[in-house]
Design a protein around this ligand. Structure first.
Ligand code: PRX
Length: 545
């Protein structure tokens, strides 16, 4: 898409008069002197059923308080400030408050445990962290190895509450340049520790446009994006783009539960619902009768993201909700939806849809040549686009490795049909998607190896009807350690405690030896092929196994 396209679109978002741009100003401050001022920005329901509402003005004031607290504690533009919080209103206001100061916001999914926290806070050299009393217990064991982390705010402590009460509710949002970094999110690849994907303030332009076009958000919608702001969807489509469009947004603090979800849609009269395939499949597994118990007639538009949306799930939603889920494809790195079933596109169940009008996507071979219709290849995007990641934190080499032959390489395998619809095939690497959450096998292997009984571990994603994939670990034990069921359970708990509650292996198999290349790299591809009963393919680099 040529530059004049985005130049024109810039009129739809709010720049400062001097040409600077701050994504938090654009998301909420700009509404202060408009009719949206007293409109609900956030409708929040706690797990116990209590609901609270924040108008745009309330949210402006609350995020200003967070910004003042940060500035008073010495935060300056460019500092990294992280949030390790459950889905509570403070997460949303805190995120915006950080952006307002010009600092770079980072979020950490609330299921993370000590090692996951340490790696991310260490690599980003975060200076400040917001957390809760309960979650701070997971930080405690690693806190002393994080010298840059000078301040930890416990948002549910009396001390913080009084800080908040006393903080001024006015703040002059920092005039960041459009290209200044706004937020970063750690995400996983095949090897090594997670990488910090960094996004600029200007990404909000494309986020705004995509929310309008793909999610069909309108002024009078009550919109529910079920994603957690610990991941990119929760940031982009439940903070930055939806509020940029002035849309009332619902957030549920509780856990997934089919009956609770239906009753929330009924109670809050949700009109647009953006969710994920695992949740949809879980709802589906509870049957049609449950749906009929609720009045879900408010629902106008449904969309899905994060993992393959199987055709059965689309057909089911048509049957029970009277409308299909619209699949959308994107990644942490892409910063906004790139391929989707837009409202005007006829859905081909099981397809991700077509590239948005401002995106050029294709399916190519390893030399960057288009593979032809209905052939499998690498899903690639023509760079740049406004919401594309700007760098990988302190890892330029990794950043550059995403690009080759004038394409951005997504790491996904796909096909394109005769009419230009894209169909997801799988990952080109070892990244695992379990319940829509992206997990790097290396992190899980490292956590397993830190158990005293374990010598080596190889971790793969194993196909699962409900969760898309589950994490499966192949574990080599030390001589003399018994391969018992109790030990499997102990290893699961070990990973939960040290890495993350969501990233533990649901299945463990003890084996004598892992398949490795001659240079000693674990060949997860072979473990996976064996597990799924597939041919193991090229084994020329395999050491004797
Ligand atoms: O493999 C693709 C899968 O999720 C990956 C990106 O994960 P993450 O960075 O966590 O971002 C998820 C939400 C934006 C992709 O490389 N993925 C995402 N959407 C789809 C998908 N796989 C199939 N169909 C989708 N619609």
């Amino acid at each position: 898409m040529n530059n004049s396209f985005w130049e024109d679109k810039k009129q739809e978002v709010a720049f400062f008069e001097d040409g600077s741009f701050n994504a938090a100003y654009n998301a909420i401050d700009k509404h202060e002197h408009t009719n949206n001022r007293n409109k609900n920005a956030l409708i929040y329901e706690y797990e116990d059923g209590t609901a609270v509402q924040y108008t745009f003005l309330d949210l402006i004031k609350l995020s200003n308080k967070f910004a003042n607290i940060l500035v008073n504690s010495g935060v300056v533009a460019g500092d990294r400030v992280f949030l390790f919080l459950p889905r509570i209103p403070e997460l949303y206001a805190g995120f915006l408050g950080i952006l307002k100061t010009g600092a770079i916001a980072g979020s950490l999914f609330s299921a993370f445990a000590e090692n996951a926290l340490k790696d991310r806070l260490e690599n980003s050299q975060a200076k400040v962290l917001f957390t809760t009393l309960a979650l701070s217990k997971r930080l405690a064991p690693v806190r002393s190895s994080l010298p840059n982390l000078t301040t930890v705010f416990i948002v549910d402590s009396d001390e913080f509450k009084s800080l908040l009460t006393n903080a001024s509710e006015s703040f002059s949002t920092v005039h960041t340049s459009p290209e200044d970094y706004a937020f970063m999110l750690y995400t996983s690849g095949t090897t090594g520790k997670p990488k910090g994907i960094v996004h600029a303030h200007m990404a909000a332009l494309q986020q705004h446009e995509s929310a309008k076009l793909v999610l069909d958000l309108k002024d009078n919608d009550v919109y529910w994006c079920t994603a957690d702001p610990g991941w990119v969807t929760g940031i982009v489509y439940s903070i930055l783009s939806n509020w940029s469009l002035g849309v009332t947004t619902f957030v549920h603090g509780g856990r997934f539960d089919p009956e609770a979800w239906y009753s929330l849609i009924q109670k809050h009269k949700i009109t647009v619902w953006y969710s994920a395939p695992t949740a949809i499949r879980m709802l589906m597994s509870k049957g049609d009768e449950l749906v009929k118990k609720y009045d879900l007639s408010s629902l106008r538009y449904l969309a899905s993201v994060g993992e393959p949306l199987n055709p059965e799930a689309v057909a089911w939603s048509r049957k029970v909700f009277g409308k299909p889920f619209h699949d959308t494809w994107w990644q942490t790195e892409s910063g906004s939806i790139l391929i989707a079933n837009t409202p005007d596109l006829e859905i081909r169940d099981g397809s991700m849809g077509k590239p948005l009008p401002w995106i050029t996507a294709d399916v190519v071979d390893d030399n960057g040549k288009p593979v032809g219709e209905n052939q499998e290849g690498n899903l690639v995007i023509k760079p740049p686009w406004p919401s594309m990641m700007r760098t990988v934190w302190q890892n330029e080499e990794k950043y550059h490795s995403y690009f080759a032959n004038d394409w951005y390489i997504s790491g996904d395998r796909a096909k394109k049909d005769n009419d230009g619809y894209f169909w997801f095939v799988g990952r080109a690497d070892d990244v695992i998607k379990t319940s829509g959450e992206r997990v790097g096998p290396f992190e899980v292997e490292s956590a397993l190896i830190s158990h005293p009984g374990v010598v080596e571990a190889g971790v793969i994603g194993k196909k699962d009807e409900l969760r898309g994939e589950i994490i499966k670990a192949f574990v080599v034990l030390k001589t003399g350690v018994s391969p018992t069921e109790e030990l499997k359970e102990e290893l699961k708990q070990h990973v939960k405690k040290h890495l993350a509650g969501h990233a533990y292996p649901r299945e463990i198999e003890f084996i004598d030896k892992l398949p490795k290349t001659r240079s000693g790299k674990i060949m997860r591809r072979i473990l996976k092929a064996k597990e799924e009963g597939q041919p193991i393919g090229d084994t020329s680099t395999l050491e004797e196994y």
